[in-house]
Ligand binder design. Structure first.
Ligand code: 6R9
Length: 645
């Protein structure tokens, strides 16, 4: 990967929450004396009743994980009520609509009142502590209100990304046994309106168990309302009071369920609990993003993903931050939109995904340079490995070499950021998520389960628990154990591969099921993709392995081209040679297919499983394709596939 080192700028070292000496000291304390560390850090949260013990957790046997035992608290209280005295009139959420010019600033007091009102609505619909509530909303303020209202009354929210299909929604409603669904008439994504109520109706027909559907009037589209079941959000809230006492929750009472797909089976309902989750998301939000009072913070994720849960809503609001919720997409009305929003709201901290960075990079520098971005002082990425070329473009063009980049590695299951630079403490290497956060003990293991010392490459595991770790898979604790805790007994198995270099920095190499073994040489798909996208003609690339008689596995590369380049036999040869030169002959793609787009989930992750099936000609068995953003992409891939098996 890249050998460049970007040292911590002097002003960052001086002004950040944490310089390197402080990082070392706090990290050591966090692993050597976790009781002292977490007892202190938990004081950032207001507890109705103090906890009696920091943790009681075991990765063996039945895998029982408990943090801040017997503590009583409420997450909505921590995100709202406690801020009213000192920052009631401060903005909590800046809503930036799909259309430029549509915006709303919501203060902590206003948010508090709306949440209380909606908490009373939920109660009058019969929702009680422990009940599951399904939420299928676009990125509008009511989504934040609905989540916090659930947290306030002790209901467990299960948010389903508004881009998911009716089938996906129905499955999630059924799995979590939700009798309440909250949706909107329509969502807006750039020039398109998405018929959410229509999709919700189809899902409710399938799932059957929904008794009440609360509908937000967002675009005003005419939607059918089923008598006795469907009710308007504004009708219900109008009648309710703006006071609602927060439920006293135990630290280990569930806060939310969020579905995530793994390499096998149906999506898992990952369950997070109350105390540990809010302590950890608040702590990471402060240190990783170096959040100071008054900063304007923007995470571009959708709240339908864990990144939005932890770093648009819970972490930032627990810290009394100003957090932006953006409804639209990066290229509407044009490719400058993100940077225009940064200028308009004077954003200081900007957090997005590598796929977005690459898509914007493909458009060249002009859309970025047309804006100022002077307010921005920190950039972040999450979701997949960022190739050094994209990192450098983000750093040079977007951040004008002034803003550190925090490449944050974590997962739905981990609840919060695990491996990451701290901007005032960590020298950066493009493509590396660098070092563990406080309390996190990563290790690398080989195929036999032996722990590796020093530099090396292996499976990434965690040796001990941390406060925001998921506690179970909803309704299936056995699956929780078998997915994460049996591969290397006594550790949490992340499913990712990683390399550790001489400085102890971690480089995530991708999901371990993405490793390709060519003639006995292990190659990370990320490595080859990174090489391909370094070529100016390549916009995006995805590689998979397919069975090969002699080599065991060979490499099938799917490539989308940058504008101005056309597929040709010459270019195909040139790209193969380029990778061969960059990594070595072993990494030369056997097959290279040009394609207009890659199959992606709606959160932008490339669905390699489908690419593997296409490469292996297993076309009658593509598996679950319900999470695809655009199913038409797969048809085009199949039509143009190159037979090499
Ligand atoms: C937060 C989130 C988790 C998987 C994870 C890994 C990949 C996330 C990454 C990264 C390299 C990073 N991933 N962040 N890979 N560098 N900074 O994305 O959660 O949707 O559950 O995905 O994403 O493969 O295992 P989730």
């Amino acid at each position: 990967m890249s050998n460049d080192l970007f040292t911590v700028p002097e002003d960052w070292r001086k002004n950040a929450w944490c310089d390197d000496a402080r990082y070392q000291k706090m990290y050591e304390e966090s692993v050597n004396d976790p009781d002292a560390f977490w007892t202190r850090e938990a004081q950032r949260i207001d507890w109705f009743e103090p906890f009696s013990k920091v943790k009681n957790s075991s990765f063996n046997g039945d895998v029982d994980i408990k943090w801040f035992l017997d503590g009583k608290l409420n997450v909505a209280y921590n995100c709202l009520d406690r801020h009213l005295e000192n920052r009631g009139d401060q903005t909590a959420i800046i809503f930036e609509g799909n259309e430029p010019g549509v915006e709303e600033k919501i203060t902590y007091r206003q948010l508090y009142e709306r949440v209380c009102r909606f908490s009373n609505v939920l109660k009058s619909c019969g929702v009680k502590k422990g009940d599951r509530v399904s939420i299928y909303l676009p990125m509008i303020p009511q989504l934040a209100v609905a989540m916090l209202a659930c947290a306030r009354i002790g209901a467990i929210h299960s948010i389903v990304f508004a881009g998911f299909s009716p089938d996906a929604l129905a499955n999630r409603i059924t799995d979590a046994e939700c009798t309440i669904l909250i949706t909107a008439d329509e969502g807006l994504r750039g020039p398109k309106a998405i018929g959410l109520k229509e999709a919700a109706d189809e899902a409710m027909d399938k799932a059957g168990m929904v008794k009440k559907c609360i509908v937000v009037k967002h675009t005003g589209a005419d939607v059918p309302m089923k008598a006795g079941r469907d009710v308007w959000w504004h009708d219900l809230t109008a009648k309710e009071s703006t006071e609602c006492p927060p439920e006293h929750m135990d630290s280990e009472d569930p806060l939310f369920i969020l579905y995530t797909s793994g390499s096998t089976g149906t999506p898992k309902g990952v369950l997070h609990t109350t105390g540990g989750y809010i302590v950890y998301t608040s702590l990471t939000h402060q240190y990783v993003f170096d959040y100071h009072d008054g900063d304007i913070y923007w995470c571009t994720a959708d709240i339908g993903w864990v990144t939005g849960h932890s770093y648009i809503i819970y972490g930032p609001l627990a810290n009394g931050a100003v957090t932006i919720m953006f409804e639209g997409i990066p290229n509407y009305p044009d490719f400058s939109r993100f940077w225009q929003i940064c200028d308009k709201h004077q954003v200081n901290i900007f957090y997005t995904a590598p796929t977005v960075v690459r898509a914007l990079m493909q458009q060249g520098d002009e859309p970025v340079k047309a804006t100022s971005r002077k307010s921005v002082r920190l950039l972040g990425t999450v979701g997949e490995p960022i190739n050094p070329e994209a990192w450098l473009w983000y750093y040079r063009v977007v951040g004008e070499e002034r803003c550190p980049i925090v490449d944050t590695w974590w997962q739905t299951e981990t609840g919060g950021i695990m491996i990451t630079p701290l901007p005032g403490a960590t020298d950066l290497k493009p493509g590396s998520a660098t070092r563990p956060f406080f309390g996190i003990q990563p290790a690398l293991i080989d195929k036999e389960g032996n722990q590796l010392d020093g530099p090396g490459e292996g499976y990434l595991v965690m040796l001990d628990s941390w406060p925001a770790l998921a506690r179970t898979v909803y309704g299936d604790h056995r699956r929780f154990k078998s997915t994460y805790f049996i591969q290397c007994p006594g550790t949490y198995f992340s499913g990712d591969g990683a390399r550790r270099d001489e400085d102890g920095y971690y480089w995530i190499t991708g999901r371990i099921d993405d490793v390709i073994n060519v003639s006995g040489h292990r190659l990370g798909t990320a490595e080859i993709e990174s090489s391909l996208v370094a070529h100016p003609a390549v916009s995006e690339a995805a590689v998979v392995g397919f069975p090969h008689d002699i080599k065991g596995q060979a490499i099938y590369a799917y490539v989308t081209l940058s504008s101005g380049f056309e597929p040709s036999e010459e270019l195909r040869k040139e790209l193969s040679l380029f990778v061969r030169k960059d990594i070595g002959p072993i990494a030369t793609p056997e097959v290279l297919q040009f394609t207009d787009s890659l199959p992606k989930t709606r959160s932008g992750k490339i669905m390699r499983r489908i690419l593997r099936k296409v490469a292996c000609n297993e076309l009658d068995n593509l598996g679950d394709t319900s999470t695809l953003a655009d199913p038409a992409v797969v048809e085009a891939l199949i039509k143009n596939r190159i037979d090499a098996c």
